[in-house]
Write a protein that binds this ligand. Structure first.
Ligand SMILES: *Cc1c(COP(=O)(O)O)cnc(C)c1O
Length: 236
């Protein structure tokens, strides 16, 4: 299968999982996780029907932007973001999925203020308490949401999670349900902000069907579209 067939296959999987859960397939965005891909591959994915791209690394984002690779698609940031690099991301992407600390939240809000814009964001939640991953603990999330609501430069759109890699289907379903419930609880508490909180970013190549079944509105899929990636060292 080539890229186009992979995209069709994943789109069909999303639609099937959505219908099985009584959901409208159009309520789920397929976000292509484009890390390590070339600008030409990104352009080919967009030509084949991808409407949203997610980048992990500031360096790749900047390089692809310079080559106008994302034309025709919405651009999101989904990777670990260091506070000293927010200036390369804020105002350049429609949504930052990976806001993982109060410090980062404040830095994004400050940069957005400086640019005179409002940056849409998600809070990244470390559901399984994995030491290797960033993100707010579930019990920290309501306070982070209140902070986001109090800061002028950001608009909280929802929650995101990266659970452990699923080894078999169904394995991460309970994590996805937990993220959905956390979003419901926060939304209920934040009466002023509840209309804006409509995004649940969850599900990757190995578990996007389970994520859709549990209520995902945005699955971030890389290898199921582009094939396996070479391993890359973390960004310094
Ligand atoms: C790479 C990546 C994905 C996609 O992973 P696959 O398993 O290749 O689908 C999703 N979310 C984030 C944050 C990623 O870094």
């Amino acid at each position: 299968m080539g890229l186009e067939e992979h995209i069709k296959h994943v789109q069909a999987g999303i639609a099937e999982a959505a219908r099985a859960a009584g959901r409208d397939p159009a309520s789920v965005t397929l976000l292509a996780a484009t890390k390590t891909q070339s600008s030409d591959t990104i352009r080919a994915a967009i030509a084949a029907g991808i409407t949203a791209c997610g980048e992990n690394r500031v360096q790749e984002l900047t390089a692809h932007l310079a080559e106008d690779a994302y034309r025709g698609a919405e651009l999101h940031f989904i990777g670990h973001l260091q506070t000293n690099k927010v200036k390369y991301v804020v105002g350049k992407v429609a949504l930052i999925h990976s806001v993982s600390s109060d410090k980062l939240l404040r830095a994004i809000a400050a940069q957005a203020d400086k640019l005179g814009l409002v940056q849409d964001i998600l809070l990244e939640i470390n559901l399984a308490g994995e030491a290797s991953k960033s993100g707010f603990a579930p019990e920290e999330a309501p306070a982070a949401a209140r902070l986001a609501a109090a800061l002028g430069g950001v608009r909280l759109r929802g929650l995101m999670c990266i659970p452990p890699v699923a080894r078999h289907s169904g394995e991460n379903f309970h994590h996805f349900r937990a993220l959905r419930q956390l979003a419901v609880d926060i939304r209920r508490e934040m009466v002023d902000n509840n209309r804006d909180m409509d995004v649940l970013s969850m599900g990757m190549s190995g578990d996007y069907r389970d994520a859709v079944a549990a209520g995902s509105t945005c699955v971030r899929v890389g290898s199921a579209l582009f094939g396996p990636r070479p391993s890359v060292p973390p960004e310094g």
